[in-house]
Ligand binder design. Structure first.
Ligand code: ATP
Length: 407
């Protein structure tokens, strides 16, 4: 009995020793694997940092000198990250910061808000060290992409949207929207306030990620090849957030360089665009001093500087004076006549009716009418048809107190 107990104790001790040895082996293996992974990550980070530094140095070398301004604030950085993916914003903010920007009088550039221009693949720089997790709704744009169109892309279409859905909490902003925009056309999206136009255009532009559905730009799937899709696009977003502490010239210059254009080409295009948009005299002023219409025009110029195939313009004529609107229309018409495609949203029914070849009326996140202007109007004016589909607006009754003039 005693011998049996001793033998059991010996077996238990042996098992314990074996378990300890196995645990030690596992720990050693895990440590080695972790060290290997850490070393690989460090190599990758070093490689990325090297690449980023080279690209940013190229941008800085050819960019115009900056005007004196303030240091970028946390708010500035956050705003920039709202518009472009944080991993793209970080190095750009860094490179525009006082410690690194070679400027006249050693003056730093401040960027008050984020850029709205999508970044061309060749200009994208990844954050060399710490990468902030992207906003869940903001589509990442730092992936390596192929530039080839999808083989099953419908021919002759600049834009094909299918089953697009976007929810904000419990509310559905975009509800299974389908759009087909022929290449070389002027396409208008109209709808009442809150209909989902901006949300739809933001998804098309790759600035917002849909909950469902697909977007193909010139045959390129926006979700699969976001950078290639962005390269084809020029975008004027609804909110005019930009690097408004830069002068107009600097802003356009950066837009051009970020799109991968050579400095000499950018310089020429900046001059051409400024002339066309009547901004030559304002090029040396900081954009924060521009009027709303001037800001819209400089950003429109920025959206065009890389001669994209498709322009996505959210309310391009809002705040713009009639003379400038006429010029912009002429520019856009010539662009379309030469094969470009314009997709715009507008509340100007007359303008849309006059300019667009196809129209979609969106109400409550759904397309209620789509087709050629005549098809959508269905024998009425566009405004009548719009009112018919939108339903009645707010109630005017109950505001009698407004007429009592309480002073
Ligand atoms: N970031 C957001 N968070 C929550 N709700 C949002 C957000 N963006 C848009 N929405 C909501 O989605 C709906 C569609 O908004 P959207 O801006 O797309 O409308 P719109 O047709 O462009 O309107 P408008 O003509 O007034 O510019 C609205 O109800 C709006 O409140």
């Amino acid at each position: 009995m005693k011998a049996e107990v001793q033998s059991n104790t010996a077996r238990a001790a042996a098992a314990k020793r074996a378990a300890a040895r196995a645990a030690a082996v596992r720990a050693a293996t895990a440590k080695a694997t972790a060290e290997k992974a850490a070393s690989a990550r460090a190599d990758a980070v070093a490689e990325e940092a090297k690449e980023s530094a080279a690209k940013v140095a190229a941008v800085k070398a050819s960019a115009p000198r900056a005007t004196p301004a303030r240091r970028p604030s946390a708010r500035t950085a956050r705003a920039a990250e709202e518009i472009i993916a944080p991993e793209e914003a970080a190095p750009i903010i860094d490179q525009l910061s006082p410690s690194t920007t070679p400027a006249v009088d050693d003056a730093p550039v401040d960027i008050e808000r984020g850029t709205t221009a999508p970044i061309a693949p060749e200009a994208v720089v990844s954050a060399p060290t710490e990468v902030v997790a992207p906003e869940p709704d903001v589509a990442p744009v730092s992936e390596v992409v192929e530039t080839a169109a999808e083989p099953d892309a419908p021919a002759g279409h600049a834009l094909v949207v299918r089953g697009l859905v976007k929810r904000f909490g419990d509310s559905v902003a975009v509800d299974r929207i389908d759009l087909t925009v022929p290449a070389g056309s002027f396409y208008g999206i109209v709808g009442p306030n809150g209909a989902g136009k901006t949300t739809t255009l933001s998804i098309i532009a790759g600035l917002l990620r849909p909950d469902a559905g697909t977007v193909r730009v010139s045959g390129i799937d926006q979700a699969v090849h976001p950078l290639a899709a962005k390269k084809v696009l020029g975008v004027l977003p609804d909110r005019l957030r930009t690097f408004d502490r830069l002068t107009g010239r600097q802003l356009l210059h950066y837009y051009g360089l970020l799109r991968g254009l050579p400095s000499a080409v950018v310089e020429k295009r900046v001059a051409d665009l400024a002339r066309a948009f009547d901004l030559t005299g304002a090029l040396s002023r900081v954009v924060s001093d521009y009027s709303a219409g001037m800001t819209k025009k400089i950003m429109l110029a920025g959206a065009m500087i890389h001669s994209p195939r498709v322009l996505v313009l959210d309310e391009p004529f809002e705040s713009v004076d009639p003379v400038s609107s006429g010029v912009i229309l002429d520019i856009l018409r010539a662009y379309v006549a030469h094969g470009g495609t314009v997709v715009l949203s507008s509340h100007g029914m007359d303008l849309v009716e006059r300019v667009c070849s196809r129209i979609a009326i969106i109400v409550g996140g759904e397309v209620l009418a789509e087709g050629t202007v005549d098809e959508v109007r269905a024998g009425q004016t566009l405004e009548q048809r719009f009112v018919e589909l939108s339903g009645s607006a707010g109630e005017v009754e109950g505001l009698e107190w407004l007429h009592t003039f309480s002073d």
